[in-house]
Design a protein around this ligand. Structure first.
Ligand SMILES: Cc1cc2nc3c(=O)[nH]c(=O)nc-3n(C[C@H](O)[C@H](O)[C@H](O)COP(=O)(O)OP(=O)(O)OC[C@H]3O[C@@H](n4cnc5c(N)ncnc54)[C@H](O)[C@@H]3O)c2cc1C
Length: 418
């Protein structure tokens, strides 16, 4: 560690995991002059999953990294989140970003696009990833944190280890109380050609009570220059997955189309159960997301269902908070507690919000979807309430980095005409 007395000098930092949290942290900390080693379990770094919505918060972090243009070139601008109950057709979700003013929007992207943009920036910055290196544990030795891989080999001794290994991180404290959610979802990515009648700038959903839900999210291009795609998702109870398999695809497609007939042409490109990826959701929040020379960021610090669509955005915000904390602290100990303080209320609010909202959309309850359709939906469309909801979805109900300035991304008038 070197630098001016009283100021934190350049550190040797290990980043474990090359998801959005890890890659953003690597870029920010490399730019701040730290020496970075990135460890990833995959043979070739690659993203897992389907589409996600980047909110003005996550887009603000990408803009700070100089990556706004690159990500907008690959994504689909989302102006509205829209849902109807079946069979009544009642509108039960209608969030418009514009309720907060002009220029606010989300950006839906395929995970590969987010990964590509961050990974390319990391490569351009001269960073490299130690792939095929599954981190399995860590220990303190002579004031440094030593990392080990799954063969028990020492990977190195570091001034700081950043755990960005997602919700199943082996470095997560063993006493973490975690809840496995009963509902997950199948996801598929589908190329879109021609007008299939789905809004190009909206996440659309259909619900039957809270036990069935289908969604379509335009996500732009998975590969640069590739076709426009949409992410399709179908909510399912984990315990029903085997039954789903035994029924066969045709029966499932009939069920989807009885809920939402417009999906029929989309489903044609799903020809095998392997075209669908099953996502499980877990809910936990670390009370103290750091230890000695160790800090947890992203899903390994707070994981939840994607109902509020904040996970990747929170991961990016964590990375920025950590970089800011290290830049303004005199030692690692105070930097880590500053990081946790900066993020505490934002994380708690969205974790609580996700825990409260999820059963209204994914559960066996009959009461909650009734309240959703007949009470919450009309109230949410009233003036003021609609702006509050847009602010919540944007991730801006409380300051993302408490006590520090942060610029969420808002498009200018020219960009709006893209
Ligand atoms: C179906 C689905 C839909 C979602 N939709 C949204 C959305 O609309 N908006 C949103 O913001 N979020 C959404 N999310 C959540 C979002 O994807 C996550 O919050 C985000 O990916 C977390 O980023 P991360 O970098 O913390 O972890 P991850 O993306 O999980 O990355 C962790 C990385 O660590 C690596 N790793 C794991 N274990 C090891 C190991 N032992 N050694 C080395 N490397 C390891 C992994 O291979 C991976 O590269 C969704 C999630 C799912 C599952």
């Amino acid at each position: 560690m070197t630098g001016e007395p009283g100021r934190l000098g350049a550190l040797h930092i290990a980043i474990c995991g090359s998801g959005p949290a890890g890659l953003a942290a690597a870029l920010l900390l490399h730019r701040a002059g730290h020496r970075i080693d990135i460890y990833e379990r995959f043979d070739a770094p690659r993203p897992v999953g389907s589409g996600l919505i980047l909110q003005p918060t996550g887009l603000g972090v990408l803009a700070e990294l100089g990556l706004a243009e690159a990500i907008f070139a690959r994504g689909a601008v989302i102006n509205r989140l829209f849902g109807r109950a079946a069979p009544s057709g009642r509108i039960v979700l209608d969030v418009r970003y514009s309720a907060r003013g002009t220029g606010w929007s989300g950006l839906a992207v395929h995970r590969s696009a987010l990964f590509d943009v961050l990974y390319q920036a990391a490569m351009d910055a001269g960073l490299s990833v130690h792939s095929s290196t599954p981190v399995s544990g860590s220990d303190m030795l002579n004031g440094k944190r030593v990392l080990t891989d799954s063969d028990g080999r020492h990977l190195g001794a570091f001034d700081l280890v950043v755990d960005a290994m997602g919700s199943r991180s082996p470095l997560r404290p063993p006493y973490t109380r975690s809840q496995h959610l009963s509902y997950g979802a199948f996801w598929a990515n589908i190329p879109i050609s021609g007008d299939l009648g789905f809004a190009p700038d909206a996440l659309e959903q259909r619900y039957f009570r809270a036990s069935r839900m289908a969604g379509v999210l335009p996500v732009g291009q998975r590969q640069a220059g590739g076709p426009q795609e949409a992410a399709f998702f179908w909510s399912i109870r984990q315990q029903d997955v085997e039954h789903w398999r035994s029924r066969g695809l045709a029966a499932w497609k009939d069920e989807v189309c009885s809920l939402w007939p417009q999906c029929a042409p989309l489903l044609e490109s799903i020809t095998s159960p392997d075209d669908l990826t099953l996502a499980h959701y877990e809910h936990f929040t670390l009370a103290r997301p750091y230890g000695q020379a160790l800090v947890h960021i992203g899903d390994c610090a707070h994981s939840t269902s994607p109902q509020l669509g904040q996970g990747a955005n929170m991961a990016l915000l964590d990375a920025l908070a950590l970089a800011r904390a290290l830049a303004h602290s005199q030692n690692v100990v105070s930097a880590l507690s500053d990081y946790a303080r900066m993020r505490r209320w934002h994380v708690l609010l969205f974790q609580a919000g996700s825990a409260i909202f999820t059963p209204f959309y994914q559960s066996d309850s009959r009461v909650l979807p009734f309240l959703r359709d007949w009470l919450a939906a009309p109230v949410s469309r009233m003036p003021v309430a609609d702006a509050m909801l847009a602010k919540l979805v944007s991730g801006l109900t409380v300051a993302p980095l408490a006590g520090r300035s942060f610029q969420p991304f808002r498009q200018g008038p020219l960009a709006l005409n893209r």
